[in-house]
Write a protein that binds this ligand. Sequence first.
Ligand code: CP
Ligand code: NVA
Length: 310
Amino acid sequence: MKHFINIKNISKQNLKKIILDAKKRKNRRKNLNTLDSDKDTILKGKLLIQMFEKTSLRTRLSFYIAIKQLSGGALTLRPDELHLNKGGESLADTAKIISTFGNAFMLRTDSDQKLMEFKKYITIPIINGLSPSSHPTQVLSDVFTIEEIKKKPISKLQICWIGDANNNVINSLIEASVKFSFKLNIGSPKNYLPNNKLIKWAKNNNGKVKIFHDCKNAAKNSDVIFTDKVISMNDKVNKTKKLNDFKKFKVTQKVMSYAKKDAIFLHCLPRGSEVSDEVFLGKQSKVWQQALNRIYVQKSILLYCFDKLR
Ligand code: CP
Ligand code: NVA
């Protein structure tokens, strides 16, 4: 059985297969409506159960539309309505019921431990729809978007991340940089370094991650400038202090000017004060295309989990 929990634990071959499948399926849908099925009706009769313990707009919509386009259906559980979170039912029993009623489970959680516990008890594929430590479906979709726009393998590009260097999205991006062999420059304040264990893992696996403490050197010659909220959903920090510490790490037009002329700007959304309106709404920004592509990559992630990727 194939789970989709972290990019790190999925082989390069399978990650590339997912991207390739998403490209093919997206191309074949040119004249179809949102809820029209792909011709092969490949997941007919299958049910995706999804649960969000944290807020979500894009992940929720994209998984719902993805399973529909594959001819299956989705059911979204409200965590506050389950016995599990009221203490009346064990996680093991909940996992057993989800496994017998559904065919795949997508979980957005505020606890990595809970995700691992579900993995232990569940007998259907489980997909990580964001945890405090990673956001793999987002980042795989972003690799897809970058290759789509740049029309090149991402291994030929330099990606720059400005901002919080230790959150779920950058962790998954570091993992992706190793799997897809791309250069990754991280620009963050000195006292907000990336996860040390992850950086060591990247180094031991021929990773090309460089850390800078100013935007100019991080962004220089980059093809993509990426950022994310300074305060993530699961952050338990002094918010005022953290926001203040990141003042010099806002993506402005000046920061974009350090990158290549044809560089693009990406942001997984939702956004905060880490990017200026001028950049976010400007010509180099590809954030709406980035968001919509989640649908196509979720479909191929589902097919990977259902062992249907050929
Ligand atoms: N980017 C992303 O995961 O968006 P949502 O939190 O809205 O799902
Ligand atoms: N790092 C952000 C990503 C949101 C999709 C968060 O966890 O809030």
